[in-house]
Design a protein around this ligand. Structure first.
Ligand SMILES: [Zn+2]
Length: 446
């Protein structure tokens, strides 16, 4: 009888495992040899692709997945020796990708790392509980870092996952809950910026009232103080000018037209008034605060004798014009391409006296509308907070308030936070960013 090499049976052996784990299949009774005098054992095993480290112990083959390696893999298993001959087989399986979630928790006002809690949910709502299943909770340490592997196979999750975060210090909640939607898959290097409660208590504003205020000023559904119970429930879109080239028509410039848009009106900005408006826009503590200081290049603010903005011309997209007026105060923006959520035009009209002077606070208020408070022509006003806290009240009585107030600056820092981008990380139509996902009060499972 000739010498036959041993054969290895894979019957009953599964090589599937989870990322970062190991298997230890036993080949006792699975090594077959036609020669009755041969009793071969497992002799060797080698990874075919570098995805695993492999070792043998008797007839056991220990296969340990290397961190970060996923997908199909294979190991060649040898049995026998020089006497009875050698045989081998390819053991193939899959390393399942588990959900890794990691990044840093920061606040949106100073971009400092913060301690807190991050929770991860399946993106699909359970039809029975009407909740998104919680996949895990991660602590962000004092350096703001969070990083863990959750025991869920990515392939079994919905198309997306939801990540929520909140700043917590010594057991006390210090921020609103930020929610971000991410396509299913490992999350690494996520910067999760939360809106801190900083300054609210000092200014006598409850966290509930501040978020209500934001809902009011971001909602065009303004019913003169009668209708809005909690505008945040409408999840208003945060319209904003594009200062980061996220869209086709980013911010271009602000033009101060010294003469009216309507040629039949006798009104003008004096040169001093025009230059003063420009200086105030460049001052990030003054009306420059409406853009969180992002209009900081003097070349982006032009004082001209007259400028007529053309809504039909893409050349004018990204421009805001400020005009003198005799009859009305008005500030608004237009979003010609609502699918991207970014503002395309803005106009601000302020009443001047016969010397070409304006009331400073009136400009501040109208400029606020043009910066993003008021959905497409419908000026939105503050109904909850008083004028000491916001200049966006429907009627300014105290004309000594010339600069944006505390709530206005806090609001603008949220709208013009770089990481709050349209088109990513949200659950609305076209993925536009909504207020609900920035100043949430609770985690999904609370
Ligand atoms: Zn107004």
């Amino acid at each position: 009888m000739p010498n036959y090499n041993p054969e290895i049976s894979l019957s009953g052996i599964s090589a599937n495992m989870d990322e970062g784990s190991e298997i230890n299949p036993c080949f006792d009774g699975k090594i077959l040899d036609t020669n009755p005098e041969d009793h071969p054992n497992i002799a060797d095993a080698t990874s075919q692709d570098g995805k695993t480290t492999v070792s043998i112990n008797g007839n056991n083959v220990r296969i340990k997945s290397i961190d970060g390696k996923i997908g199909n893999y294979s190991v060649r298993v040898w049995a026998g020796d020089n006497l009875c001959g050698k045989g081998n087989v390819i053991l193939a399986g899959t390393i399942e990708d588990l959900l890794d979630v990691g990044g840093v928790l920061e606040d949106n006002e100073q971009h400092l790392r913060q301690s807190g809690v991050v929770r991860v949910y399946d993106g699909k709502m359970d039809p029975v509980t009407q909740r998104n299943k919680k996949l895990g909770e991660i602590i962000a340490d004092a350096t703001g870092q969070f990083n863990t592997r959750l025991n869920y196979r990515i392939g079994n999750l919905a198309d997306s996952i939801l990540v929520q975060g909140r700043k917590i210090e010594n057991g006390t909640e210090k921020s609103y809950v930020r929610t971000i939607k991410i396509p299913r898959g490992d999350v690494r290097g996520l910067t999760l910026r939360v809106v801190p409660y900083d300054g609210l208590a000092e200014n006598g504003i409850t966290k509930e009232d501040f978020r209500r205020h934001m809902g009011e000023v971001l909602t065009g559904d303004n019913t003169n103080g009668k209708g809005i119970i909690d505008a945040l429930n409408l999840n208003p879109i945060m319209y904003k000018w594009d200062f980061e080239n996220n869209s086709s028509y980013p911010f271009k410039e602000i033009i101060i037209s010294k003469t009216p848009k309507n040629p039949n009106i006798q009104a003008f900005f004096s040169q001093t008034t025009a230059e003063n408006i420009k200086a105030r826009i460049l001052d990030k503590e003054d009306i420059g605060a409406w853009f969180n200081g992002k209009v900081n290049n003097p070349n982006q603010i032009r004082v001209v004798n007259n400028y007529i903005i053309d809504y039909n011309s893409t050349a004018d997209y990204g421009r805001m014009v400020i005009y003198p007026e005799i009859n009305q105060y008005l500030g608004f923006f237009l979003d010609i391409y609502p699918e991207d959520g970014y503002i395309n035009f803005g106009e601000t009209f302020v009443i001047v006296n016969e010397k070409g002077e304006i009331i400073p606070g009136a400009l501040t208020h109208e400029f606020g509308h043009s910066s993003g408070m008021g959905t497409n022509m419908a000026g939105s006003h503050a109904l909850t907070l008083p004028q000491e806290k916001t200049i966006m009240v429907p009627y300014l009585i105290n004309l000594n308030y010339s600069t944006p107030r505390f709530a206005d600056k806090k609001t603008a820092k949220i709208i013009y936070e770089d990481s709050y981008k349209h088109g990513q990380g949200n659950m609305m139509k076209n993925n536009l960013i909504g207020l609900y996902y920035i100043v949430g009060m609770k985690f999904i499972d609370e």
